[in-house]
Design a protein around this ligand. Structure first.
Ligand code: ADP
Ligand code: MG
Length: 702
């Protein structure tokens, strides 16, 4: 740095303020200190004013900030205000450094850097003492000790009587500042192929605390520091990186880190005109997994998603599609959903069991982030996947805390946390792609789905589509599957041998030929760009004909429920799902209108899902109640029946505390309900707390 004197540098800043920030400083002076305590300086302005000064500011931010703040105090203000404690905060440094790319030899340490990412964790805002006043208990003299970030510094002796105390900290005479610690994690769209995201911690103070919350996408300008890692009391040779935050900006829009060139655009538009674009795309989703055309088409539509609608009254209807694959083990579910990460521009892949304390939604946690006493708010997968896709494997194993937060997350697309003084609402505008196993390992096709998975019905009903994946031996299908897996593996073998073994007998052409057969029709880079392009540029609206198709489909399904005793077929939830699916289908073609073909594609998928899951297994009729409440109508009637029977038997056996089981079974069999069903319903009723057992083998309705 040019060795300019202090006075000279301070004068430069005053000159800069006069030229560029006269008005801003005026506003600051009016609002200081309650509403505003900082002057925000755009790096570009400073650079335009004096490139050397700007560069010095970046390389030695701490000293330069002092001069800049000193200049602010000396600046001639209109009224008799003083900006005694005002901060200068630099913003808008154009080059951002990658969190994972920070290396000591790049000489970033001690300099001003800018990073972008998502707030993974944020402590609550707490006062931090900057200067502690120690009152001598012997003579009453006050000794002031400045405090820095390390441990709490106490005076060696009293400044009055020179004895070693005892001292009492006088809080009124001490100075405090609000402080907060944030953990910024690389945003998911920057990550390729399942890399684990890295993060950096940022300390912020005073007026910039409490401004951001977990899940916010931010750009942070701050001073990079290193700090020695401590292992308990032992110091380690390894150092950690952290930042002292200077300014934080919340980014509303996705970072435009996906460059779509004109060349890409031409290719995308050309592709969109292919007759079989849907087929080509379906073949490009998890090509190593055989079959599942319908599931893959649905996943494709999920990637494109419907249009998020903003109504004139300010409310919003989600465009994101949620889907669930429930099925037998070893059927490729995990493989399929993890492939999504390769394609979705912003996605998170995780297991329901959760690897972080925040789990799938969000949590207030108390751990060693912060000072060990402090609560912090941590964002889970659905928040980190905001505006993207959250692929969650083993959804049935999710933690109980997540279950209740999940309803809100999926429908309102936000998550509220209220615990230990932390009250926050986090955004989770993502699509959920879940995979789950049936409760008893394998599927029993003759049981309602709600009974077979460990998710509560209210949650199940939030999914736009639910696919059931069964694994039943079928010689034809099995041999084609075997063929496919063998071919995929063979292509992999050839490719590996060619690259590992110089003496390989296979020619490059031979390898290419086999690889060609199993490669995706559309490469995943292009597919990523295609999807991003469509989501940015395509907001289709529904034609009257398409509306007609959806309406007819819906009315038709509903009409099957008009007969008084028939189960209600579908609810309005499915109707919105159909709209979303049809919109997504239009987006695949980059179409501005949702046409009949889109509506038909949507109704077809929806019908086949409903058929597979919504069918009341005992009557064969559609029954959305199975999906919505986990209990079919037949079953509900039966439950009602059993309850009535228990009451009846109970009245009959007045002298007993409850209704004896033998008598219940006997009555039930007269009503056409067999003993197995009775046992099962009794179990159900007891679990729900509708029935209890006052004595051995006796039951009573609550
Ligand atoms: P799940 O999550 O359903 O239990 P996985 O995704 O772990 O099953 O699949 C188990 C293995 O079987 C994987 O290696 C997968 O590639 C293979 N597999 C299962 N079904 C298929 C299929 N239809 N096509 C190709 N491979 C399959
Ligand atoms: Mg699995």
């Amino acid at each position: 740095m040019a060795q300019a004197g202090n006075q000279e540098l301070t004068d430069r800043f005053i000159q800069f303020y006069r030229n560029y920030y006269r008005d801003r400083i005026g506003t600051l002076a009016q609002n200081y200190p309650n509403e505003q305590r900082s002057l925000y300086v755009d790096y570009n302005d400073l650079y335009t004013f004096d490139p050397d000064l700007a560069e010095d500011y970046r390389s030695q931010p701490e000293q330069l900030q002092e001069y800049a703040e000193e200049a602010l105090r000396l600046y001639d203000l209109p009224a008799d205000v003083s900006l005694g404690q005002a901060h200068v905060r630099l913003t808008n440094i154009q080059e951002h450094i990658d969190i994972r790319g920070i290396r000591v030899h790049d000489n970033h340490v001690g300099t001003l850097v800018s990073v972008q990412g998502i707030v993974r964790k944020a402590t609550d805002v707490r006062p931090k003492v900057t200067e502690a006043a120690f009152e001598c208990q012997r003579c009453g003299t006050m000794t002031y000790i400045p405090q820095s970030d390390g441990s709490f510094q106490e005076p060696h002796e009293c400044q009055g009587c020179e004895r070693q105390g005892p001292f009492r900290v006088n809080f009124d005479q001490s100075e405090f500042v609000d402080s907060q610690k944030l953990r910024i994690q690389e945003s998911p769209e920057g990550l390729r192929g399942g890399e684990t995201p890295q993060s950096i911690d940022v300390n912020v103070e005073d007026d910039i605390t409490g401004k951001v919350t977990a899940g916010d996408h931010v750009t942070v300008v701050g001073v990079l520091h290193i700090e020695q890692v401590k292992n308990g009391q032992e110091k380690s040779a390894i150092f950690d990186l952290y930042m002292d935050g200077v300014s934080i900006a919340i980014e509303d829009e996705e970072f435009e880190d996906m460059d779509i060139t004109d060349e890409d655009k031409r290719e995308i538009v050309e592709l969109s005109n292919h007759d079989d674009i849907y087929g080509e795309m379906v073949k490009s989703i998890a090509p190593a997994i055989y079959g599942y055309e319908e599931e893959k088409l649905a996943m494709l539509l999920q990637l494109f998603s419907g249009v998020t609608k903003h109504l004139p009254d300010g409310s919003r209807i989600r465009g994101d599609l949620h889907m669930l694959l429930i099925g037998d083990p070893g059927t490729g579910k995990s493989q399929m959903i993890s492939y999504i990460q390769n394609v979705a521009p912003r996605s998170v892949y995780t297991s329901g069991k959760g690897s972080s304390s925040a789990g799938l939604t969000a949590a207030a946690v108390r751990d060693d982030f912060g000072d060990g006493q402090q609560w912090s708010l941590e964002a889970g997968a659905l928040v980190l996947a905001d505006k993207g896709i959250a692929a969650v494997d083993e959804l049935d194993k999710m933690r109980p805390e997540d279950r209740s937060a999940m309803h809100e997350a999926l429908e309102q697309q936000k998550i509220s946390v209220s615990k230990a003084g932390i009250n926050a609402t986090l955004k989770s505008r993502c699509s959920l792609l879940g995979a789950a196993n049936p409760k008893y390992g394998r599927f029993d096709q003759y049981e309602p789905i709600g009974e077979q998975i460990d998710l509560e019905p209210a949650l199940i009903s939030r999914f736009d589509l639910i696919f059931t994946v069964t694994d039943q031996p079928d010689p034809d299908h099995d041999s084609r599957l075997a063929e496919h897996i063998l071919k995929t593996n063979y292509a992999g073998e050839l490719n590996t041998q060619r690259t590992q073994l110089p003496t390989s007998n296979f020619s490059a052409e031979e390898v290419d030929e086999v690889t060609e057969e199993v490669a995706p029709a559309i490469g995943k880079d292009l597919l990523r760009k295609y999807i991003a392009y469509s989501k940015r540029n395509c907001f289709p609206t529904m034609t009257d004909e398409a509306k007609g198709v959806i309406r007819d489909f819906y009315v038709d399904l509903r009409s099957r429920g008009l007969d008084e005793d028939a189960p209600v077929p579908v609810t309005a939830r499915q109707l919105e799902a159909l709209v979303r699916l049809a919109e997504a289908s239009a987006r695949v073609r980059l179409s501005d209108t949702v046409d009949v073909e889109d509506a038909e594609r949507a109704t077809e998928i929806s019908r086949s899902c409903l058929e597979a899951i919504g069918v009341d297994p005992e009557t064969g009729e559609f029954d959305a109640d199975v999906v919505e409440t986990g209990t079919s109508k037949t079953q509900r009637d039966r439950i009602k029946g059993i309850k009535e029977i228990i009451k009846e038997v109970d009245r009959e056996y007045e002298e007993e505390p409850g209704a004896p089981i033998d008598a219940i079974v006997e009555h039930a069999s007269e009503a056409g309900i067999d003993e197995d069903s009775v046992d099962k319903e009794l179990d159900n009723l007891r679990r729900k707390g509708d029935v209890y057992s006052p004595a051995t083998d006796q039951y009573k309705v609550v």
